[in-house]
Design a protein around this ligand. Sequence first.
Ligand SMILES: *Cc1c(COP(=O)(O)O)cnc(C)c1O
Length: 414
Amino acid sequence: MRDKLIEKLIKGEEKRQAEGLELIPSENYVSEDVLKANGSVFTNKYSEGYPGRRYYGGQDFTDQVERLAIERVCKLFNCKFANVQPHSGAPANLAVYAALLTPGDTVLGMDLSHGGHLTHGHPMTLPAKIYKFVTYKMKNPDTGEIDYEDMRRVALETKPKLIIAGFSAYPRTLNYKKFVEIAREVGAITMADMAHIAGLIAAGALRNPFDDGFDIITSTTHKTLRGPRGGIILTRENEEIAKKIDKAIFPGIQGGPHMHTIAAKAVAFGEAMTPSFKKYAKQVLKNAKAMEEVFRKNKIRMIGGGTDNHLILADVFGSLGVTGKEAQTVLDEVGITLNMNAIAGDTRKPLDPSGIRFGTPAITTRGFREKECKYVAELMIKVLKNKDDKKLKEYIHKEIKKLAKKFPIPKKFV
Ligand SMILES: *Cc1c(COP(=O)(O)O)cnc(C)c1O
């Protein structure tokens, strides 16, 4: 590379990723093929519009790439229509709102402090300024069960046009049938934002909301789905909804699609269809269970009481007297990356909350199995219990580096 400054920074990031353990549950590693497609000459091309209906010439190859991406993702999630152009998860959600709602309409989504995502109505976001968001919550943070009775009450009272199932910090499974039941009762459209768990659904390791009658799925492509940074919107069977969504993406909120990213998405969708990806997804869940076991043995409180998916939310302040921020910092020192997270009913501030959130998608891609995951969980707890013990932290950092070296980030998955 001619730009030595940037080259050095890329090398630095490569080294950081290689030597540390990534436990942020929304992160993963892509294959060499995904990386290659993402860095391809498609980045040079303008393709406003959709396959066969573009505003620029020279679309022989872009049309084929986008059609392949659509065909593969529809097969993967068992649906009829897909828009593969959203630049990311947030614009995908915004496009669904723009397509189906009028300003002032009500949307029912999961409360942010109970695991929902910013894009489901946080007051700082643009959607929250345009639409009215109401929320549902867990009945009991120690079991994680959603309060469906209260959700129905809120729905009957506020008549939402759209009901969203989805989360970024919730460790249990949702009862999709209940969502659909309530939505039908109040005449709402159902959308599942599967950003975190799309890969696990594609592999059949977790339930597909379409199988329970959901209308729409939105997702990112870079979390468990192990593709490039990007978004998708899937529609099960309603062509009218699908057409509105296409218009909302382009020309509604986006200009030219990122064809290099769409090529990389197509590669990732292809990889997600293989038997080895199915094995991967199953192992992600087994590994999370293994870490759960260690946390339970050590009597550390977990929100939801444990996990059914790829992530764990631990109340480190309540259980160990270590704040979320302190935990994040001290684990960073020994080569483990995760994030502080507010927990339901948190009495602490968002910038230094009571919890940490961590998960297994990235370390499972590296080849970790239950044994290694248990060991990492044990090391994490040791650090948290002895956060001022410099010698111990040095030893643990060495152990983490050894593990990272033994399980290098793979270049090929299939
Ligand atoms: C990550 C995430 C998003 C946003 O994705 P970006 O790619 O960061 O825009 C949306 N919804 C949920 C549930 C997420 O977890």
